[in-house]
Design a protein around this ligand. Structure first.
Ligand code: NOJ
Length: 544
């Protein structure tokens, strides 16, 4: 039976397993590495860990291209290691959430391989195989990464398969009851092992109502045929009724282009317990051509986040994840106000209503890479964005890289975690890491140094997490926006017997802001003037 308060009560920490801790020194993080850091996570105060995919995969999209849902990739360890992780986490009252990637499988999944081998195989209908239209693909949709979302089937005349992401990620066909049954079995398999729930990858795209041409758009052409379709709701409801409701499990959906109306649709019948919105994550990118940077203005981050606070009863709130560049680089000020801005973002995020998601490294103020070049790139999205920009905008690859590197290059968030200032930041014992390290681990951006510094970002996160964990108003109270300077996040969290006022200046300038002297619960600078706020000053007051 579901215990809603349990997941509402806890802070979720996202682990990108490839980059968290490499226990066997092969250059990739692994499950035993995660186990070795459970005490750190317990001490940090987080209660649920979401692991990005650890299943067998070709790593064309770093694990989001699954070859076998029932196997753990040997790079990460074994199924036994995974069971051990659940057990060890449980001893510390920490729950494990898996990434559920069911919109597509790897083209190396046995289902897809069987479908290719034999046109009459039942697996043909697990995917979308369609004939082209003359010399063109079956429709005009484009992939979320780049180009058409149809790829020719090798060795077959004029036959294509659908892939909304890379060509190695073939979309599953949810018109087929057998696919639904397969997913139910995957859910059961992991729930029976004791996982607490799933973060559901691109979950509002799984059902394609029709394969007709889409309205012309540069990005996501075709989306009106596959995004948040009525049958999508029906399928998720079935997962709930037929499997999830029998466990104390929860689902958080990754839902692109969601509106409050559609969001409420997903929540109202318990299809999802919460979802992520992406409006705020676009605040410093051009919305038509995201590889172009848009000057960051704090109000463009604050307003969409505020909009969502009361638009739905509950939401997953985050500033970072494995698909976003680092928040201090994007929204803070990594040079002059590094610590202040990191702590201001911490206060802002952890005072919001909803379930808080912290991404690994956010708590130590990890930053975007510096000095990385096109040769260092791993991210498939960045690579395809460069290809498209090179072709469509007729600019050199190097120039395209420079654009992409400031906007959609996901490598920035994926560099190995920084545990100390020793070799490879203590991520491993010196083996070349799968992705370049951020060299700032030698300059104090690492767990060990930060634990020893009372003013560090990490110690501030610990304090803020503790405050949230112990304060029901922050966890469950109402959210009320307060009028203020447009670049200041000012809001109230209110419960029956307590009222908190949160005020965070998200700019590098001092601003006027009138408050009355009240009890301060936490601030990133205790020299408080009630008429102004210093650059990136953030304060939580108890006003009742
Ligand atoms: C969203 C995931 O977060 C991202 O990393 C991945 O590339 C796509 N879905 C495709 O699975």
């Amino acid at each position: 039976m579901k215990d809603n308060r349990r997941f509402k009560n806890k802070i979720i920490y996202q682990i990108y397993p490839m980059s968290f801790c490499d226990s066997n020194n092969d250059g990739y993080g692994d499950i035993n590495g995660i186990i070795s850091k459970l005490d750190y996570l317990k001490d940090l105060g987080v209660g649920i860990l979401w692991l990005s995919p650890i299943y067998l995969s070709d790593f064309k999209d770093n694990g989001y291209d699954i070859i076998d849902y029932y196997k753990i990739h040997p790079i990460f360890g074994t199924m036994e290691d995974f069971e051990n992780l659940i057990k060890e986490a449980d001893k510390r009252d920490i729950k494990i959430v898996m990434d559920l990637v069911i919109n597509h499988t790897s083209t190396n999944h046995i289902w897809f391989k069987e479908a290719l081998k034999d046109k009459n195989s039942k697996y043909r209908n697990y995917y979308y195989f369609r004939e082209g239209k003359g010399k063109n693909p079956p429709n005009n949709w484009n992939s979320s990464f780049s180009g058409s979302c149809w790829e020719k089937v090798p060795g077959e005349d004029n036959m294509y398969y659908l892939h909304l992401y890379t060509i190695e990620q073939a979309d599953l066909n949810y018109h087929n009851e057998e696919v639904i049954e397969e997913v139910k079995n995957i859910l059961k398999f992991y729930l029976d092992k004791g996982v607490y729930g799933f973060r559901c990858d691109v979950i509002n795209q799984i059902y394609k109502t029709s394969l007709e041409n889409g309205k012309f758009r540069f990005f996501n052409c075709g989306k009106e045929h596959y995004e948040s379709q009525p049958m999508n709701h029906v399928i998720l409801k079935r997962f709930q009724d037929e499997v999830l409701s029998k466990y104390d499990a929860f689902l958080v959906g990754e839902t692109s282009n969601i509106t409050p109306e559609i969001g409420n649709e997903f929540l109202k019948n318990g299809e999802l317990d919460m979802f992520f919105e992406f409006d705020h994550s676009m605040c410093d990118m051009n919305s038509f051509v995201p590889i172009f940077k848009k000057k960051f203005k704090a109000k463009n981050l604050i307003n969409p986040i505020f909009k969502w606070q009361n638009a739905v009863p509950w939401i997953g709130v985050y500033l970072e994840n494995h698909d976003q560049r680092r928040s201090v680089t994007r929204y803070g000020n990594e040079d002059k106000y590094y610590k202040e801005s990191a702590k201001a973002l911490c206060i802002f995020l952890l005072s919001l209503k909803g379930t808080i998601f912290i991404y690994q490294g956010e708590e130590i103020g990890m930053l975007d890479l510096k000095g990385n070049t096109i040769e260092d790139l791993d991210d498939c999205l960045a690579k395809s964005a460069i290809d498209s920009a090179h072709k469509l905008l007729k600019i050199s690859r190097k120039r395209a890289f420079n654009l992409v590197n400031k906007t959609v290059n996901r490598d920035h968030a994926r560099t190995p975690f920084q545990w100390n200032s020793k070799e490879n930041a203590g991520f491993n014992r010196g083996h070349k890491t799968w992705l370049m390290m951020n060299s700032n681990y030698t300059q104090g951006v690492n767990v060990e140094d930060e634990l020893n510094d009372p003013n560090s970002i990490l110690n501030f996160y610990k304090e803020m997490i503790k405050l949230r964990n112990e304060n029901d108003t922050l966890k469950f109270g109402k959210f009320i926006k307060v009028k203020s300077n447009k670049n200041v996040a000012k809001f109230i969290r209110e419960s029956e017997d307590e009222t908190l006022l949160i005020v965070v200046n998200l700019t590098a300038k001092g601003v006027k802001d009138n408050r009355e002297e009240k009890e301060v619960l936490l601030a990133n600078d205790y020299e408080i003037n009630t008429k102004t706020l210093k650059p990136y000053q953030g304060i939580i007051y108890k006003i009742k």
